[in-house]
Design a protein around this ligand. Structure first.
Ligand code: AMP
Length: 426
């Protein structure tokens, strides 16, 4: 009997994780520049956090959650997204009372029981950020700019689509107009859209069904129903984007899958992805904190899928930094192998990624291995080198070779600037 990872999940092996670490490093660097702090919440929550936070009528809550009862009889759910848990945590720790604006980010696994396909998994990974506390359009623009900056640094080209989905004042008026329109074509709509006409009519505009799209081509759009306040917020957000040189397409049909959005809603899409073309998206959700039991607090956020970013980067031939040993120490006989083992420890403690042979292979095989691994330097110490306490250091890139005393090896390599940051030894 052998086992495989569960459908829709996968293992990330060392050959994969180096790319992941690079993406995460770029994300963390940008987050530090924008002064966002990392938040880590548990991977499961009480089911109600998502049911209330995301909305019963959404696909996520309706059919995609991994919900289970624990032995104590509580209904728990593996997180399908992070905004609801972040807001739960924000309220629980009274974060709003400590500062006027909380800037938070996260990276981690999410879980949705969707039909797996290219770019769609059941355990996938998102990074995202939430700016909680202000209704300033500058916050909307900052969130979008941060996402664009991360994509830019990773060589990911995108199209940014943006819309305003209004607020509790304009939305009911729009909803009514839209419902009236949809009821006229009701019999021809798909069953999902027929149901949504009554429960969540804006989602009908989001339908992937071609006939639904044709029928709703002339449906009223929310932009025409915005209050002055919502319109001004939208225009000011767009003005910031113009000034930042971030191009966008206003898409009056963009509503996004989640119920909690107000005002700004946006999505980054990539033509390098297939049918699952969304890299990430987000928007303003001024009602969510109150919805989850906190004081009314404006907020805006974004989330993107890391798997999809990597698909685009690999397609574009992104030049991922390689993980190569800086030094390979060849062992020649028992004495030299013993020395290589100890010297490797010393170099590693000085922050120099060092590899040795563990399989008692021939010198030739070790040289081949060093080459294959992409080692920058090979260190050799045979009988006469042992006697002189000075090794032969071969520069694999330049093809040169020189003798370096054993005691000087660590400082020799450090001096070449090939050591990694190693705080322990500082
Ligand atoms: P959402 O929370 O649905 O707006 O998703 C935000 C982003 O997460 C999407 O644009 C995708 O990049 C990614 N994503 C969502 N669901 C999945 C999934 N099942 N598999 C892989 N990535 C996903």
């Amino acid at each position: 009997m052998t086992y495989k990872s569960v459908k829709g999940t996968r293992d990330l092996l060392p050959a994969d994780t180096s790319a992941w670490l690079h993406v995460e490093h770029v994300i963390r660097t940008v987050m530090e520049e924008f002064r966002y702090g990392e938040i880590r919440t548990p991977v499961f929550e009480e089911t109600a956090v998502f049911a209330r936070g995301i909305g019963e009528e959404t696909d996520i809550v309706g059919k995609e959650m991994y919900t289970f009862e624990d032995k104590g009889g509580s209904s728990l759910t593996l997180r399908p997204e992070m905004t609801a848990p972040v807001i739960r945590s924000f309220i629980q720790h009274s974060m709003g009372e400590q500062t006027q604006l909380n800037k938070l980010y996260y990276i981690g696994p999410m879980f949705r029981q969707e039909r797996p396909q290219a770019g769609r998994f059941r355990q996938f990974h998102q990074f995202g950020f939430e700016s909680i506390g202000q209704d300033n359009p500058a916050c909307d623009a900052e969130i979008i700019a941060m996402a664009a900056e991360i994509f830019r640094r990773l060589g990911i080209h995108f199209t940014l689509k943006i819309n305003s989905v209004g607020d509790p004042v304009c939305r009911p008026r729009y909803r009514e107009a839209l419902q009236e329109f949809l009821r006229d074509v009701h019999d021809e709509l798909s069953p999902d859209s027929q149901r949504r006409t009554e429960t969540n009519p804006m989602r009908v505009l989001d339908s992937k069904n071609t006939r639904d799209r044709e029928l709703t081509a002339d449906a009223p759009v929310i932009i025409d129903y915005l209050t002055d306040e919502c319109r001004e917020h939208f225009e000011r957000t767009l003005a910031y984007l113009d000034e930042l040189g971030i191009s966008y397409e206003v898409d009056p049909r963009l509503v996004r899958g989640l119920d909690y959005y107000t005002k700004t809603a946006f999505e980054f899409v990539s033509t390098d992805l297939g049918s699952q073309d969304a890299l990430g998206g987000g928007g303003r959700y001024d009602g969510l904190v109150e919805q989850l039991g906190g004081k009314p607090t404006p907020a805006v956020g974004f989330a993107a899928g890391i798997e999809r970013m990597l698909i685009v980067m690999e397609k574009n031939g992104y030049d991922f930094p390689a993980s190569e040993p800086a030094v390979y120490i060849v062992g020649m006989d028992d004495e030299s192998r013993q020395w290589a083992f100890m010297k490797a420890m010393e170099l590693r403690r000085a922050g120099i990624p060092t590899e040795i042979d563990y399989a008692a292979r021939s010198v030739k095989a070790q040289m081949r291995e060093a080459n294959k691994l992409g080692a920058r330097f090979v260190v050799l110490a045979g009988d006469s080198e042992m006697q002189d306490a000075a090794a032969q250091v071969k520069d694999m890139r330049e093809g040169t070779q020189e003798s370096v005393e054993f005691d000087r090896l660590a400082s020799y390599f450090s001096g070449l600037g090939i050591h990694k940051d190693n705080t322990e030894t500082r």
